[in-house]
Write a protein that binds this ligand. Structure first.
Ligand code: ZN
Length: 334
């Protein structure tokens, strides 16, 4: 593929469905906030200004240190603007982001409302000025356990509307079972929210099956390791459960040794609805433009494949149908 063709693909308008809000914080934003608050975070940055860590365990501590300066609703509103500037710069016109009431008010509904209002105001402003539309998905954190998840689900249910559109689960996939969280997912579904859960990133196909069977999710976060059982892959294709695939994240964290070994192309060819996202982009040294360029180069995907990915993303977006139509036009889909 020529350089011109690669650039054209990387510059396409995009929709992104899997983006952790705090994990998308640009290092320059975190540095600025730390300085204002007189917090010394100099140890977590490289000379070029990017996040610095040696390995996965160290990455977790850098992530925790970076996000520790985010405290007030105002901090999160400013984070929203900083994140959407990055999205807009990468041609993203529609994005959904994971928000955790555990980090925004400690799971208290009243406090959560204040954080949400501040974030939404910043998002509405960004939509007018930058042309990127954001919607929120509340996530519970798996390793905090099922009881704490209930307070996140309650926050989600109490604030479900045309902006707060989904409920999901992130966190350590090796802790507990999907079904331990069924109560919270049922509460969210009854409030009209769409559902997604991280599964099949670290654990295998059975985890993906359990998310579909036990939590009745509409989408799966990652889900790539379902490739280990073609019956699970075929189930995803038949039920049209969309995968939020984050190839750069998977390679960076060592789920796969290289992009060439990543199963996204196999999953797509077997009929699974796949989409492309960045997960925690500055921490994994990626962007949506980079993901598109890398995929085009590695798998020789042409524009028609990216048309399919974009269509999958807009079909599986949790927004209302009126928003979906508006976004489809911006994405140049008919
Ligand atoms: Zn994720």
């Amino acid at each position: 593929m020529s350089d011109e063709a690669l650039i054209a693909i990387s510059k396409r308008p995009k929709a992104e469905l899997h983006l952790h809000f705090e994990g998308a914080a640009p290092p320059s934003f975190i540095r600025g906030l730390a300085k204002e608050k007189n917090v010394d975070l100099s140890g977590i940055f490289r000379e070029d200004g990017s996040y610095d860590y040696r390995d996965f365990v160290h990455f977790l501590s850098v992530y925790e240190a970076a996000t520790s300066v985010l405290k007030t609703p105002e901090d999160f509103a400013r984070l929203c603007t900083a994140v959407l500037e990055q999205s807009a710069a990468n041609g993203v016109v529609y994005s959904e982001t994971f928000l955790s009431p555990d980090f925004c008010g400690g799971g208290d509904v009243g406090a959560w409302r204040e954080y949400l209002a501040a974030i939404r105001e910043a998002a509405d402003h960004a939509e007018r000025t930058m042309g990127v539309t954001l919607r929120g998905i509340v996530t519970c954190i798996r390793h905090f356990g099922p009881e704490q998840a209930k307070s996140a689900a309650l926050c989600a249910a109490e604030t479900a509307d045309d902006w707060l559109v989904g409920f999901g689960m992130a966190g350590d996939e090796n802790k507990g079972k999907q079904r331990d969280f069924a109560y919270s997912f049922d509460m969210a579904r009854e409030a009209g929210l769409k559902l997604t859960s991280h599964a099949g990133e670290w654990r295998g196909p059975q985890e993906v099956r359990e998310a579909v069977d036990d939590l009745r999710v509409d989408r799966i976060g990652h889900g790539v390791r379902s490739i280990g059982d073609l019956a699970v892959v075929d189930m995803l294709a038949e039920k049209q459960v969309t995968l939020e695939v984050c190839p750069g994240s998977n390679v960076f964290l060592g789920v796969y040794g290289s992009l060439a070994e990543h199963p996204i192309d196999q999953l797509r060819k077997r009929g699974v609805k796949v989409t492309v996202s960045t997960d925690d982009p500055p921490f994994f040294h990626t962007t949506m433009e980079k993901e598109y360029g890398d995929l085009a180069r590695c798998f020789n995907w042409d524009a028609s494949v990216f048309d399919d990915l974009t269509r999958n993303a807009i079909d599986a977006a949790f927004c209302d149908d009126q928003t979906r139509e508006t976004i489809a036009k911006k994405l140049e889909l008919s």
